[in-house]
Write a protein that binds this ligand. Structure first.
Ligand SMILES: Nc1nc2c(ncn2[C@@H]2O[C@H](COP(=O)(O)OP(=O)(O)OP(=O)(O)O)[C@@H](O)[C@H]2O)c(=O)[nH]1
Ligand SMILES: [Mg+2]
Length: 298
């Protein structure tokens, strides 16, 4: 059997690796979203009833968790990186720096690995391919803190802005808020991932699909760890006295379209951009810094 066939079969059986990081203010629904996405409780919730552990939360180290999921017949070895929520601390600089350091450390690790003479067969590439930035559903403008952090992050990672707990806004509030957030993102020149396409090179379906996804930005996200029986089927939903909000229903939230994009149609694009553009930029910056200081020392 030719070697490339063996390799392809093996990688299909093992699945494709993909890493998602969730960042945002405390209580925006990040943990619930992750558990909804993975359809199991992969992340524990903050223990708010215990004042001792609740206070410790912000100093927790960023820890990735791995889950195997299947999307459209493709096995994905998904790594989720949850980060401590911020906003209730007077000074968030440390939390911000910790997130940026985590992203850069993954680049440093692969840089070191690539320059080894003998490669480590067990090396794990933990570069983050997609960062979901949770904006609180205030209905106002993008807060200064979110502008600052998204600015910092988007030079290192594909940032996709999302509105957490979006079911707390009415349809018209949501529409107006989405518009204002995108105006702010463009005003502050934040290079978020906007489902790029090339009118000359891409086919019409791809262009249309990307335009549609772009028009949904920032995605309105809802999560639930509860399953409700609707028409004989169990679905993830939030039950209110006035009705039921179904997570997967595109009329209720953009959850299913975001999931389809990051784990399906755009998974490869997010990976390629991370490896070929964002990582390469970091690598060039880092190497020129090192050579620069070496030249100065001489
Ligand atoms: N209305 C609404 N509430 C939600 C949603 N997702 C989560 N919640 C609720 O919001 C609260 C916080 O949710 P978490 O998922 O723990 O939020 P988090 O961002 O992980 O919060 P910390 O990790 O504590 O910073 C919980 O009471 C959830 O039940 C949502 O989509 N809509
Ligand atoms: Mg959480």
């Amino acid at each position: 059997m030719p070697p490339n066939i063996t390799k392809r079969r093996r990688s299909k059986a093992k699945g494709v690796g993909f890493t998602v990081m969730v960042v945002g203010a405390s209580g925006t629904g990040r943990t619930t979203f992750v558990n909804t996405l993975c359809e199991s409780e992969v992340l524990p919730h903050k223990d708010c009833d215990n004042p001792e552990t609740a206070a410790l939360e912000t100093s927790l180290a960023i820890k990735p968790v791995n889950v195997d999921i299947e999307e459209d017949g493709l096995r994905i070895n998904l790594t989720i990186v949850d980060t401590p929520g911020f906003g209730d601390n007077v000074n968030n600089d440390l939390a911000f720096q910790e997130i940026v350091n985590y992203l850069e450390r993954q680049y440093d690790d692969i840089l070191a690995e690539q320059s080894r003479i003998k490669r480590n067969p067990r090396f794990r590439d933990n570069r983050v391919h997609c960062l979901l930035y949770f904006i609180p559903p205030t209905g106002h403008y993008l807060r200064e803190i979110d502008v600052e952090l998204m600015q910092k992050l988007s030079h290192r990672v594909n940032v996709i802005p999302v509105i957490g707990r979006s079911d707390s806004l009415t349809l018209s509030e949501l529409k107006a808020f989405k518009k204002r957030v995108m105006e702010d993102i463009s005003h502050f020149d934040i290079p978020v991932y906007n489902f790029p396409y090339d009118v000359e090179e891409d086919d019409e379906d791809t262009i249309q699909e990307n335009q549609e996804l772009r028009s949904l930005l920032p995605f309105a996200i809802m999560g639930s760890e509860e399953e409700v029986e609707i028409d004989g089927e169990y679905v993830r939903a939030r039950v209110y006295p006035w009705g039921v909000a179904i997570v997967d229903d595109p009329e209720h939230s953009d959850f299913s379209r975001l999931r389809g994009a990051i784990l399906g149609t755009h998974l490869q694009d997010l990976k390629s951009l991370t490896e070929d553009v964002l990582y390469e930029t970091y690598r060039t910056e880092k190497l020129s810094r090192t050579t620069g200081s070496y030249m100065e020392a001489r």
